[in-house]
Design a protein around this ligand. Structure first.
Ligand SMILES: Nc1nc2c(c(=O)[nH]1)N[C@H]1C(S)=C(S)[C@@H](COP(=O)(O)OP(=O)(O)OC[C@H]3O[C@@H](n4cnc5c(=O)[nH]c(N)nc54)[C@H](O)[C@@H]3O)O[C@H]1N2
Ligand SMILES: Nc1nc2c(c(=O)[nH]1)N[C@H]1C(S)=C(S)[C@@H](COP(=O)(O)OP(=O)(O)OC[C@H]3O[C@@H](n4cnc5c(=O)[nH]c(N)nc54)[C@H](O)[C@@H]3O)O[C@H]1N2
Ligand SMILES: [Mo]
Length: 791
C-alpha cells in the first residue's frame, strides 16, 4: 500500500458534484472492478435488483431510475471487489502478524472465501469443512452449563429471513442474549419514542418530505452517511421548504449539494443550497436548544398568538401542563449557556417552527450517543406534539437509521428485551418455552465476557472488536472466550482479536446470487421508513464455498439442537418464501407477506402513531418533561479543572465527539480522505477551534495525545492525533471512530438505553512526544493505541 498523500485543504465546493464522480471512479479502480462493477451498481435499489447495502434511507418506490450515490457505490464496490482473502493469505501470515495491520489493510485483502478455523499451534487460521465448523460450535454451545453464557451479536445488514431464523434458533437454544449494532446506534430513539408515541420507529414517509414546510435536522450528516437524503432535501429546498440544521460542525452536505444527475448543475458548477438556517450548537446542547425553541413558542402563545394545536393537545396527549410550567420556569441564561446558542438564535429557530404548517424532525447519531439522549429525543417529540405535527401529512419524527436492515432486524425479534407477546407467539407456533429473562445488550455483553460470564461469542456480521466502546475491555473479553465465531464477508479486527478457539465463516453478500434447493432466492429488508421490499443478488458469489446467512443459521441450528427442535430448518432454507410464511405466522403485520412483498416497491408496515392511534399505557401521546443536563462528566471535569494551570496544554477540558469520515462505512475504512472536511490521506486528526489551539499553547498541525478525564480517575488514552483548525464551537473537539473508541468507558452510556455515549467524551490534549508523519506510525505504542496506523 503506497503512502497516502497527506494534506489538509479547506473544501469550498458543494457536496456531490464532480468530486463525487471522481471518487466513484477511484473506488471502483481500488477494488479492481472494471465495467462489470459499474453494471452491478446500476442494479442497486432496482425493483428486480438488490437493496443497497449502504444506508437505510428509502428509495422512491424502488422504481426505475438509478439514484446516484457516491457512498452507495463505495459500499457495493467494497462487496463486489475482485480481491480475495483466501487460504493463501492466512497461510502466509500468523494471526499476530495480521493483528498488527490496520483496519484498512485487513478489509482491503478482499472477500473471504473459505470457512477458517484458528490453529493455536501455528498461530494461523486454516481451512475447515462447513460441517466440522458447525459441529465445533454445537459442541461448545451444548457444553455450556447455562445458555446465557453464550452471546449472539447481530449487525444490521442481516436480512429479515436470516434474522428471523437466527432469533428463533437462539431462543430455542435458550437465551435472549442478542446484543446488536442498534444498541450502539438508534436504541435511544426506540426507548424514547415507545412511551411517547407507542411505536419505536419514525412515522414519516418520502411523501411527507415532498409536502412538508420545514425539516429540522439534528446531529446527522447526510452528505456522507445518507447521501440519497440530499435529493429529498434539495427538492424540498427548491420548493421553498425551510431546512434547519443543528450541528456543532459545519457539514458541507448540509450546506450545498450539486446533484451529479442534474446536467445543468454539473455544467455550470452550480449547486442547490440545503440549509436555510444553520445552528452551530455545542456538543450535547440539543436538549437545551429544543427547550429554547419550545419556550419561544410558548411565550408567543402566552402573549396571545395561537401557535399550539390546542385541539390536538386536548384530545391526543397527556402531560402538556407540566411541560408548559417547566418551560415557563426555565431560564434563558441556562438555555443559552448549555446550548451554546444565544437567545436570538433560539427564538429564531422557534419562529421557523411556528411559521411552518407542517414539520419533520430528523435525527442521527449526534443525538443518540449521549448520556441524555433519550431525554433529548423526547424533547424532539414534545416539539412535534405542541403543534400536532405527528400523524398528519408532511409531519412527524424521522430517526434516520444506519445499517440497511437494522430496523428490520429489530422487527424480526433481534432484541435482548423481547416483548412478552413475541415470546408467547413463538411458544404457540413452535411449541417450545422461550427464555423469558431479558438478555444482554452490547455493553453488558462486553462486561460479561471480560468477567468470564460470557464464554461463546457468535457474530452474525459486523465488527464487534472495533465498533464497540472501551476497546481494551472488549478485547480482554473476546480473548477470554472459549470460542469466537464471525460470519463475515471480509477480514476485520474482530477476527484477529479472538477466543481460545475461533472460526471465520464466510457468507454471501446481498449483491450476490443466492441459489438454494428450489432455485435463486431473494431476501427482504425494511428501510428507515418501514418499507419492506425484496432484494435479489445479481453477481456470481465471490467463492463457491460461501453459504448464505439463512443457510448458516439453519445448519448451525440443526447441528446444535438436533432432535430437540421441531423446526424444519433445512426445509425452510430450501425456499425463502417458506421462511416468509413463518414470519407471517409470528408477526401479524406481515399478513400475506409473500404476496405483498412481490409487488414492485414492496409494502409499508403499519405504524399506529402515523394514524394517531397511541399504543402507550395511557392510550395518548405523551409530553415528557426533562431538565437541561448540567452535571455531565464534561461539566464535572471542567469544574475540577477550573482555575488550574494556564496555557500549558494539559489542563483545558474539552468535549470530544466521534464521527464518520466520508471514506468509511463504520469500521470499514474505504480510504483516507474526508473530502468535505478537507482532510486527505490521513485519519488521525482532531478538529478544534483555532483559538483553542492557541489557548493550549500549540499550533495548527501539531501532534497531540488525547486523554480522558472521567470521574473515576481511570485515564484512557488515544495517542498521536494531528490538530486541525476547524469551524467548531470552542471547547468542542471531533475525531474519527473507531480510532477513538478506547476513550469511551463501558460505564458511559445513554440513560435508559445503554448506548455508548461516544459523542460526549471529556478529554484533555497533551502534546505528543514524537513528531512525524502519520504513515511513519511505528512509534505508536499499540498496547495503548490499538489501531496500528499506516499500513
Ligand atoms: N457512507 C457511510 N454511510 C453510513 C455509515 C457510514 O459509516 N458511512 N454508517 C451508517 C450507520 S450504521 C449510521 S448509524 C448512520 C450514521 O449517520 P450519522 O448519524 O450522520 O452519524 P455520524 O457520522 O456519527 O455523525 C453525526 C453528526 O452528528 C454531529 N454531532 C455530533 N455530536 C452532536 C451533538 O451533540 N449535537 C448535534 N446536533 N450534532 C452532533 C456530527 O458533527 C455529525 O455531523 O449512517 C449510516 N450510513
Ligand atoms: N465511537 C463510536 N463508536 C461507534 C459509533 C460512533 O459513531 N462512534 N457508531 C456505532 C454505530 S451507529 C454502529 S451501527 C456500530 C457498527 O457496528 P457493526 O455493525 O458491528 O460494524 P460494521 O463496521 O458495520 O461491520 C463491518 C463488517 O461487517 C461484515 N459484513 C459486511 N457485509 C456483511 C454481510 O452481508 N454479512 C455479514 N455476515 N457480514 C458482513 C464485514 O466483514 C465487515 O468487516 O458502531 C458503533 N460504534
Ligand atoms: Mo448505526
Amino acid at each position: 500500500m503506497a503512502a497516502h498523500e497527506q494534506k489538509i485543504e479547506f473544501y469550498n465546493g458543494p457536496a456531490g458534484g464532480w468530486g463525487a464522480l471522481r471518487s466513484v471512479t477511484r473506488a471502483l479502480l481500488a477494488q479492481d472492478i472494471p465495467v462489470k462493477g459499474a453494471k452491478t451498481l446500476l442494479s442497486a435499489n432496482q425493483p428486480d435488483g438488490f437493496d443497497c447495502p449502504g444506508c437505510a434511507w428509502p428509495d422512491r418506490n424502488h422504481a426505475s431510475t438509478f439514484e446516484f450515490c457516491e457512498n452507495g457505490v463505495k459500499a457495493v464496490a467494497a462487496e463486489a471487489t475482485a480481491r480475495r482473502a483466501g487460504p493463501a493469505l492466512f497461510a502466509q501470515h500468523t494471526v499476530t502478524e495480521l493483528a498488527a495491520r490496520s483496519d484498512f489493510w485487513l478489509e482491503d485483502q478482499g472477500r473471504l472465501t473459505h470457512p477458517m478455523v484458528y490453529d493455536a499451534a501455528s498461530d494461523r487460521y486454516r481451512p475447515i469443512e462447513w460441517d466440522a465448523a458447525f459441529a465445533l460450535i454445537a459442541r461448545h454451545l451444548n457444553a455450556l452449563p447455562d445458555p446465557d453464557q453464550a452471546i449472539f451479536y447481530t449487525s444490521g445488514r442481516a436480512s429479515n429471513e436470516a434474522a428471523f431464523l437466527y432469533q428463533l434458533f437462539v431462543r430455542e437454544y435458550g437465551t435472549n442474549n442478542f446484543p446488536d449494532c442498534s444498541n450502539m446506534c438508534h436504541e435511544p430513539s426506540g426507548s424514547g419514542m415507545r412511551p411517547q408515541f407507542g411505536v419505536g420507529k419514525g412515522t414519516v414517509t418520502l411523501d411527507d418530505f415532498e409536502r412538508t414546510d420545514a425539516i429540522f435536522i439534528f446531529g446527522q450528516n447526510p452528505g456522507t452517511n445518507h447521501p440519497r437524503m440530499l435529493g429529498e432535501l434539495r427538492a424540498a429546498h427548491k420548493r421553498g421548504a425551510r431546512i434547519v440544521s443543528f450541528n456543532p460542525l459545519r457539514e458541507r452536505g448540509l450546506e450545498r449539494f450539486a446533484d451529479p444527475q442534474d446536467k445543468r448543475e454539473m455544467v455550470t458548477m452550480g449547486a442547490t443550497p440545503i440549509s436555510t438556517h444553520y445552528f452551530q450548537l455545542r456538543i450535547g446542547g440539543d436538549l437545551a436548544a429544543v427547550k429554547g425553541m419550545m419556550k419561544q413558542l410558548l411565550e408567543r402563545q402566552d402573549a396571545g398568538e395561537s401557535l399550539l394545536d390546542a385541539a390536538f393537545i386536548a384530545e391526543h396527549t397527556t402531560g402538556f401542563e407540566a411541560l408548559a410550567a417547566d418551560l415557563r420556569a426555565e431560564s434563558w441564561d441556562v438555555l443559552e449557556q448549555e446550548s451554546g446558542l444565544d437567545r436570538a438564535q433560539l427564538r429564531a429557530a422557534g419562529d421557523v417552527y411556528a411559521a411552518a404548517d407542517s414539520a419533520i424532525v430528523c435525527w442521527g447519531m449526534g443525538i443518540t450517543q449521549h448520556a441524555h439522549s433519550v431525554a433529548t429525543i423526547q424533547m424532539l417529540g414534545n416539539l412535534l406534539l405542541m403543534r400536532g405535527n405527528v400523524g398528519r401529512p408532511g409531519a412527524g419524527p424521522c430517526p434516520v437509521r444506519g445499517h440497511s436492515n437494522v430496523q428490520g432486524d429489530r422487527t424480526m425479534g433481534i432484541w435482548e428485551k423481547p416483548p412478552a407477546a413475541l415470546l408467547d407467539r413463538l411458544a404457540e407456533v413452535y411449541g417450545f418455552e422461550p427464555p423469558r429473562e431479558n438478555g444482554m445488550d452490547t455493553v453488558e455483553a462486553i462486561a460479561a465476557m471480560r468477567d468470564g460470564q460470557g464464554k461463546v461469542f457468535f457474530a452474525l456480521g459486523g465488527n464487534f472488536a472495533a465498533a464497540t466502546p472501551d476497546t481494551y475491555e472488549t478485547w480482554k473479553g473476546l480473548r477470554r472466550c472459549d470460542l469466537t465465531v464471525h460470519v463475515a464477508t471480509k477480514l476485520n479486527r474482530s477476527h484477529v482479536v479472538h477466543g481460545r478457539e475461533a472460526l471465520i465463516l464466510p457468507c454471501l453478500g446481498r449483491t450476490e446470487i443466492d441459489i438454494q434447493a428450489t432455485g435463486p432466492q431473494g431476501v427482504t429488508v425494511e428501510d428507515s421508513m418501514s418499507m419492506v421490499h425484496i432484494s435479489t443478488g445479481i453477481n456470481p458469489p465471490a467463492s463457491p464455498q460461501l453459504l448464505s446467512e439463512p443457510a448458516i443459521v439453519a445448519r448451525l441450528a440443526e447441528a446444535t439442537l438436533g432432535h430437540r427442535s421441531r423446526t424444519p430448518w433445512r426445509w425452510l432454507v430450501e425456499d425463502y418464501a417458506r421462511i416468509r410464511d413463518h414470519i407471517e405466522a409470528v408477526f401479524d403485520d406481515f399478513k400475506d407477506f409473500n404476496r405483498r412483498v412481490a409487488v414492485p416497491g414492496g409494502f409499508r408496515l403499519r405504524n399506529t402513531a402515523s394514524e394517531r392511534v397511541w399504543a402507550t399505557a395511557s392510550k395518548k401521546a405523551g409530553f415528557f418533561t426533562h431538565a437541561v443536563p448540567r452535571d455531565t462528566p464534561s461539566h464535572r471535569a471542567r469544574a475540577r479543572f477550573a482555575g488550574k494551570g494556564g496555557a500549558k496544554g494539559d489542563t483545558r477540558v474539552f468535549t470530544l465527539l466521534t464521527t464518520r469520515s466520508h471514506d468509511q462505512y463504520n469500521t470499514t475504512i474505504y480510504g483516507h480522505d474526508d473530502r468535505y472536511r478537507g482532510v486527505f490521506g490521513q485519519r488521525r486528526v482532531v478538529f478544534i477551534h483555532a483559538d483553542d489551539i492557541r489557548d493550549i499553547g500549540l499550533k495548527n498541525g501539531d501532534w497531540v495525545d488525547i486523554r480522558t478525564v472521567w470521574d473515576d480517575g481511570q485515564e484512557r488514552r488515544a495517542d498521536r492525533f494531528k490538530l486541525v483548525a476547524y469551524d467548531i464551537p470552542r471547547g468542542n473537539l471531533a475525531a474519527y471512530y473507531p480510532e477513538t473508541n478506547p476513550l469511551v468507558p463501558l460505564s458511559s452510556v445513554a440513560l435508559n438505553a445503554g448506548t455508548p455515549a461516544s459523542k460526549s467524551i471529556p478529554v484533555i490534549l497533551v502534546p505528543h512526544a514524537v513528531a512525524g508523519k502519520e504513515s511513519e506510525g511505528a512509534e505508536v505504542d499499540t498496547t495503548r493505541t490499538p489501531y496500528a496506523v499506516g499500513a
